[in-house]
Design a binder for this molecule. Structure first.
Ligand code: FE2
Ligand code: FE2
Length: 171
């Protein structure tokens, strides 16, 4: 939930930039690079990663109600849709940087899609899914999960910068 607060702040930045673009401002390609990196590394790899790889995986071995299974499937589907939109945002930003004016509409559409997914997704997790999920876990299981979250986070900075160096080596 703490991570949701940071994601919300970036979503607000994105929505402001989308609005500026629609009012005639040129896409800020460097800002969009930072947004795409944030969405890929923080929102998807770090945040959705912990949800899907640790929390959801643990819940799958529990006797979840059909409603709970449906809610989880919907969250996973939101993650997949946002991943596809981030890919589209990254690709259209690259086209925009290359001088393709038609990329602007794709940028604002991808942002609008992400802005429409996240607030409701986060609300469902914070208010409905996470509180319900906690009821399936014993105190010990949730403590273990918290330490797994920390370990997951600890590895990420290394994974991220190994990829940066590998990308640089290929240039
Ligand atoms: Fe999520
Ligand atoms: Fe989340």
């Amino acid at each position: 939930m703490i991570e949701h607060r940071l994601i919300e702040r970036m979503i607000a930045v994105m929505d402001r930039h989308r609005n500026d673009i629609e009012n005639g401002t040129s896409p800020d390609n460097a800002l969009l690079d930072a947004i795409v990196d944030f969405l890929r590394t923080y929102a998807d790899r770090c945040h959705h990663g912990k949800e899907e790889d640790l929390l959801f995986t643990a819940l799958k071995s529990k006797p979840m109600t059909p409603d709970m299974v449906m809610a989880m499937d919907r969250l996973i589907d939101d993650h997949a849709r946002s991943r596809a939109l981030v890919r589209r945002l990254g690709e259209s930003n690259a086209r925009s940087r290359g001088g393709d004016a038609s990329a602007t509409g794709d940028i604002t559409e991808a942002i609008a899609g992400l802005v429409s997914i996240y607030p409701d997704h986060i609300r469902r997790e914070d208010k409905e899914f996470f509180p319900a999920a906690m009821k399936y876990l014993t105190k010990e299981e949730s403590d273990v999960m918290l330490s797994e979250f920390r370990e997951f986070d600890r590895k990420l900075i290394h994974e991220k910068y190994v990829a940066v160096v590998e990308g640089a080596e290929k240039r």
